[in-house]
Structures are given as C-alpha cells and as structure tokens.
Write a protein that binds this ligand. Structure first.
Ligand code: HEM
Length: 84
C-alpha cells in the first residue's frame, strides 16, 4: 500500500539518472521508469531528459493528457520530498 512507500529526497532522485537505472518524479510521485523506457512512444532519448530530475514540467509540456498516475502505477517507488 501507499503507506509503505519511501520518502525520496531530490539528492537521491538525482543519482538515478542512467538508462539502466532511471527514475523521475512527476506530480510529487517518484517512478522507476527503467523498464518503461523502451516502450515509450516518444522514444528513450526524450524520456531520458527527465531521468534523475523532476519531470513534471516537461511532461506537462509534451502530453498533459497522458495519465502517468495510471500508466506507471506499478513503477512508483515513493514520494519526492525536499532535502532537509
Ligand atoms: C508520447 C507516455 C514522458 C516526449 C507519449 C505517449 C505516451 C507517453 C503514452 C503517446 C501519447 C499519445 O499518442 O497521445 C509517457 C510517460 C512519461 C513520458 C508515461 C513519463 C514517465 C515524456 C517526456 C518527454 C516525452 C519527459 C519529453 C521530454 C514524448 C513525445 C511523444 C510522447 C515527443 C510523441 C511521440 C509521437 O507521437 O511521435 N508518451 N511519456 N514523454 N512522449 Fe511521452
């Protein structure tokens, strides 16, 4: 359940920026998109632009109509929190 998911600081998100270990955050949720990369209709290269970063803005710019919440639900690893 959602209550068991991790709180992930930006400093940790940043380290997952490789094709074999690619995380992003969208609307406060952190996703491990490594296995989704090759299925992305917009290509791996586009998706890698948000690896290790907050991808909310770029995602909204390219396709705000895509339901990422639903699509990547199984890839969710936690919630983005600020470093303290
Ligand atoms: C297309 C999912 C992130 C660039 C699509 C489509 C889906 C999708 C379902 C097809 C949409 C349609 O045909 O209406 C996702 C998910 C993302 C993500 C789940 C987040 C993890 C991104 C990012 C970028 C991007 C960050 C750009 C930096 C594109 C482009 C297309 C596309 C350019 C159009 C491809 C085409 O029709 O030729 N994406 N996307 N996507 N995506 Fe993403």
């Amino acid at each position: 359940g959602v209550e068991t998911l991790a709180r992930i600081p930006m400093s940790v998100l940043k380290t997952h920026n490789r094709k074999d270990d690619a995380w992003t955050a969208i609307h406060g949720k952190v996703y491990n998109m490594t296995h989704y990369l090759r299925f992305h209709p917009g290509g791996e290269k586009e998706l890698m632009r948000v690896a290790g970063r907050d991808g909310t803005k770029l995602f909204a710019l390219t396709h705000a109509w895509v339901n990422v919440d639903f699509m990547l639900d199984a890839c969710m690893v936690g919630f983005l929190v600020s470093d303290s």
